[in-house]
Write a protein that binds this ligand. Structure first.
Ligand code: FES
Length: 170
């Protein structure tokens, strides 16, 4: 790791342990077409792609940082900021919209003090509004990670927030 990357790692508010990223790069470094697998593995490991890890990947794989950021911003699967343990998705598609999705969304915002694409300070929740989730008969619809909640009401929002707030973070 160059001095510049090491220094940048230290300067980040949260110190990122780059040992995991280095181990991933070691595993793929001699394979052709290794950029995407490395990025995916780093995201799986950290939950997102820390900037300092992206810079390390660029340096060690001998790829321009701009090329890496091009990939990271093109593919929606990659995240450049830390995400919550629980990803709350509220559908704002047409069927959900007419059944009151806006009120459901705003209730989550008020309870969690976060808005669309934001993550709570304790890294428990990330909120995302999404287009049709394909279960319009259950509108308005919300999901928390892989759990689906249909026929959402304001009371159900309270229950969901209480349920996932009670689960200890690792
Ligand atoms: S519009 Fe919400 S599930 Fe289809």
């Amino acid at each position: 790791m160059s001095k510049a990357v090491a220094q940048q790692a230290e300067e980040q508010e949260v110190i990122i342990d780059l040992a995991k990223a280095n181990a991933i790069i070691d595993k793929y470094i001699d394979l052709p077409g290794n950029l995407m697998p490395v990025l995916q593995a780093v995201q799986d490991s950290y939950g997102y792609i820390p900037q300092v890890a992206a810079d390390l990947i660029a340096e060690r794989l001998n790829v321009y940082p701009s090329q890496i950021y091009g990939v990271l911003t093109f593919y929606a699967q990659f995240h450049l900021k830390p995400r919550g343990r629980f990803i709350i998705r509220v559908c704002v598609g047409t069927a959900c919209h007419v059944q009151g999705a806006q009120r459901i969304k705003e209730t989550f915002f008020n309870l969690l003090h976060i808005a669309h694409t934001e993550t709570s300070a304790d890294l428990r929740f990330t909120f995302e509004e999404v287009a049709c989730l394909g279960a319009c008969g259950m509108a308005p619809l919300a999901m928390v990670n892989d759990d689906t909640y249909g026929k959402m009401t304001v009371q159900k929002v309270d229950e969901i927030v209480a349920k996932y707030s009670a689960i200890p973070l690792d």
